[in-house]
Design a protein around this ligand. Structure first.
Ligand code: AMP
Length: 401
C-alpha cells in the first residue's frame, strides 16, 4: 500500500510518499510560500535528482495537485498513476480531549477539528485546508488524521489540570495537552525495540529538543507527563519561546510596556528563549559556537538551556520514581553532542554515565551513548513523525475495510 503523508502549514505543505510494504520513502518534498506569487515546490524522488519549481500556488488544493503531478511525472515521478496512492495521512496539531489516537476522516471528525480551532488558531485551520485539498484531488482515497496531542491523552487529571479555578477547565477546557506526541510515541517505541525490552516494563524520558522542545515521561509505553501545556509555549527554554515563567511576568510586562495580547504572545513565542538571551540567534549551532568562543551572552543562553533541560529530567525521574532510559531526539537532541554531554554530566546522581566517544559518533540510526556501567540507558534516536503517521494511516484504513 502507498501512503502519502501531509503536514500542512498556513503557507507551506510538506509531504512524504511511503511504500508501506517495506516502509520505504519513495519521494518527499515541500511547497513553500503558498498564497504568494512565487511559490516554491521542492520535490525529491528517492535515488533521483531533487527538482525545484517556482510558480504561483494560491491555495492548498493547487499545492496538492502540483505535488501529485510531480509524483506521476515521467522524469521526476515515482508513480505511474495517482490511483496507486491508497491513503493519505495528515498531521494535525490539536486533537483536544476528543482524539486519543489517530482517526479516519469523516464529516464529524472534520467538524470536531474545526471546533478545536480556538485551541490551535495557527495550526488547526491549515490542517483542514490540507484535508480538503486531498479530498478534492483524490476523492476516492481515505484520509486519516494523526494528532500531536493524542499520545498525551493518557495523562491523569492530577497531571493535566492547572491549579486555577476549575470553572475555566469546564468552560474552556484549559488544561495541559502537550505536543510532539507522535515523536515521543515513536522514539519511546524504538527505544524499547532497540533495547529488546518490553515497553510495559520501562520508564523512559523522551527529550524532543528541536526548535520547539518538549520532554515526556513515558511509563509502561504511555505518556504520564509532558512539558508543553495548553499550548506549545510551556516547559523548556526553546529557540524563540520562553518556556516556563511566572505568569505574573505576562501581566506585569503588558502593564509596564503597554503591550497588547498579541504583542505579548509574539514576545513569548517569537522573541524569547535562546534568541532573547544570546541576542544573536535561536539556532543551537550558533549558541554552542559562541559558547566555545567564550562569548558571554551565548554562554549564558547555553547554560540556561541546559540547566532547564536537566531540571525537567530530574522532575520526570521523580514523577516516575526512577528512569531506565533517556532518549534524545529532534534537531538539537540528534545533533548536538555538547548539549547531551553537558546535560548528562549533571545527571550522575541518577547513575547516568555517558560514553563521551560514543556520544560524538553520528550515524542517523538509533544508538546507545551511555557506558555499560550506566544505570540509565542513554540513547539517541532519530525521530520520524511521518513514518509514525503512515503506520497509523495504514492500520486505520485496513481496519475500516
Ligand atoms: P527541529 O525543530 O527538530 O528541526 O530542529 C531544528 C534545530 O535543531 C535548529 O534550529 C538547530 O538549533 C538545531 N540543530 C540542527 N543541527 C544541529 C547541530 N549540528 N548542532 C546543534 N543544533 C543543531
Amino acid at each position: 500500500m502507498k501512503v502519502l503523508v501531509i503536514n500542512a502549514g498556513s503557507s507551506s505543505l510538506k509531504y512524504q510518499l511511503y511504500d508501506m510494504t517495506d516502509e520505504t520513502v519513495l519521494a518527499k518534498g515541500l511547497v513553500e510560500r503558498i498564497g504568494m506569487d512565487s511559490s516554491i515546490l521542492t520535490h525529491k524522488p528517492t535515488g533521483k535528482e531533487e527538482v525545484t519549481e517556482v510558480s504561483e500556488i494560491l491555495e492548498h488544493t493547487t499545492a496538492i495537485r502540483k505535488v501529485l503531478e510531480k509524483l506521476t511525472d515521467k522524469e521526476h515521478g515515482v508513480l505511474s498513476s495517482v490511483d496507486e496512492i491508497q491513503a493519505v495521512g495528515h498531521r494535525v496539531v490539536h486533537g483536544g480531549e476528543t482524539f486519543k489516537g489517530s482517526a479516519l476522516v469523516t464529516p464529524e471528525v472534520k467538524a470536531e477539528i474545526r471546533r478545536l480551532f480556538d485551541l490551535a488558531p495557527l495550526h488547526n485551520p491549515p490542517a483542514i485546508m490540507g484535508i480538503n485539498a486531498a479530498e478534492v484531488n483524490m476523492p476516492a482515497v481515505p484520509n486519516v488524521v494523526a494528532f500531536d496531542t493524542a499520545f498525551h491523552q493518557t495523562m491523569e487529571e492530577k497531571v493535566y489540570l492547572y491549579p486555577i479555578p476549575k470553572v475555566l477547565y469546564k468552560k474552556h477546557r484549559i488544561r495541559r495537552y502537550g505536543a510532539h506526541g507522535t515523536s515521543h510515541q515513536y522514539v519511546s517505541r524504538v527505544a524499547a525495540e532497540f533495547l529488546n525490552r518490553p515497553i510495559e516494563e520501562l520508564k523512559i524520558i523522551t527529550c524532543h529538543i528541536g526548535n520547539g522542545a518538549s520532554l515526556t515521561a513515558v511509563k509502561g509505553g504511555v505518556s504520564v507527563d509532558t512539558s508543553m501545556g495548553l499550548t506549545p509555549l510551556e516547559g523548556l527554554m526553546m529557540g524563540t519561546r520562553s518556556g516556563d515563567l511566572d505568569p505574573t511576568v505576562v501581566t506585569f510586562v503588558m502593564n509596564k510596556e503597554e503591550l497588547s495580547i498579541s504583542e505579548v504572545n509574539s514576545m513569548l513565542n517569537k522573541h524569547s528563549g535562546l534568541l532573547a538571551i544570546s541576542g544573536s540567534s535561536s539556532d543551537m549551532r550558533d549558541i554552542t559556537d559562541g559558547w566555545e568562543a567564550g562569548k558571554p551572552n551565548e554562554t549564558l543562553a547555553f547554560e540556561m538551556y541546559e540547566y532547564r533541560l536537566r531540571k525537567y529530567i530530574g522532575a520526570y525521574a521523580a514523577a516516575m520514581n526512577g528512569v531506565d532510559v533517556i532518549v534524545f531526539t529532534a534537531g538539537v537532541g540528534e545533533n548536538s553532542a555538547i548539549v547531551r554531554e553537558k546535560t548528562c554530566e549533571n545527571l550522575s546522581y541518577l547513575g547516568v554515565e555517558l560514553d563521551k566517544e560514543l556520544n560524538k559518533v553520528r550515524s542517523g540510526e538509533p544508538r546507545r551513548i551511555s557506558t555499560p556501567n550506566s544505570k540509565v540507558e542513554v540513547l539517541v534516536i532519530p525521530t520520524n513523525e511521518e513514518l509514525m503517521i503512515a503506520r497509523d494511516t495504514l492500520q486505520i484504513v485496513q481496519e475500516s475495510k
